[in-house]
Design a protein around this ligand. Sequence first.
Ligand SMILES: [Zn+2]
Length: 436
Amino acid sequence: MPGVATQDVIRQRNLSVLLRRLHVDGALSRADLTAAMGLNRSTIKALVEELAAMNLVTETIPGTAQRAGRPSHVVAVRCDTAYVLAANVGVDTVTVAAFGLGGHILARRDYPLGGPGASADAVIARLAAECAAIRSALERSPDRRLVGIGVAIPGMVHAEDGRVEFAPNLMWRNVPFAAPLSAALDVDVPIRIGNDGDLGALAEQVRGAGRGVAHLVYIAGEVGIGGGIIVDGRLVLGRHGFAGEIGHVMVHPDGRPCRCGGRGCLETEVGEEAILTACGRDPRAGRQATHEVFEAARRGDRRAQDGLRHIAVWLGRGLGSIINVFDPEVVIIGGPLSSLLPLAEPVIREELAASTLPHRRSVQIRPPGLGEDSSLFGAAELAFERLLEDPSMMGEGAARVRLAAEDSATADAVVEDLATADTAPTRPRQRAVSGS
Ligand SMILES: [Zn+2]
């Protein structure tokens, strides 16, 4: 028989697995949960009741059942209590949104970054102000509680201390991000940052076009080209956490210089500036002009169509190398670059056929399931990770309120525990543990 301490660990693990499943898969009946988690009905009932007491899930009893016998209770996450703030820092736009459990967007703001060369300090100050505005609006409801903050950055980031090593298209080098944002916001929840491509890949795998896919490549671009690679269900991070920089794979030795210091990177051949140049537009004309080029090609404009076919050739060549190395099942082309698929997929496929090994030609090329918001959703998943790992932090929060009234010293210890950041950017799907 397991001891009390072991039973507590098992119960915590099962609460985590159950909440994660409802967060990712949506509402499920207790019968479905019993089958999916391999636990008995009374254990599922007890776990659901515990999560309900923490205001994390709700149960409903369906109406008249078609079958004989009692209908199984349907369990769903509550999106009106725990929430996270997620931001995607683009090269010209920042998006910040509040997400409830289940990936529901509760509030959202898009605003310009602040011009080329915007400093990290300026971006952090504005982001903090936008987050504070969303918080004060949402927290008019007393049940709402902020449980984490996640930010997607277009560059190489240190997950452990929230520092940006290098973001070439923002011209940021070695700048602290999470710590000053935390100070500006004055909150006691973990703030995590991640690479936008990695977070896009993660979100597409959790709730986008790559659901259930264990081997996945995600590529997305606007000014820069980012990406993330998932192998065996896990994000490939590399020694420094900087893996997946697909945009800086060299495809054209005689190509244009890249902001990374290299030349002929995939980014310089298929990024926004390359698209505008190939279509006869000013390369600095920006996102709106890029959308116009795609629109012109859809209307039949020959110059735009020819330019985009040229881009598709380079994209196919770049992807071919990546497919040869990683042997993915699915490649997701996200961000504005996804508009290239309906216009030039045959050209991409032709290049892939010429450059990939025979058994890799069955790879599926898909548009993103989350539109241009893959990285934003990924930032939200990063921010939810602490709660999903340990749902009882919500219970601790309730306890903290009670303790604050009774014993401030004890309450401080709980607050300190809540503020401890955990840095793992992704975890494999977990299995329930029997025995609780
Ligand atoms: Zn480069």
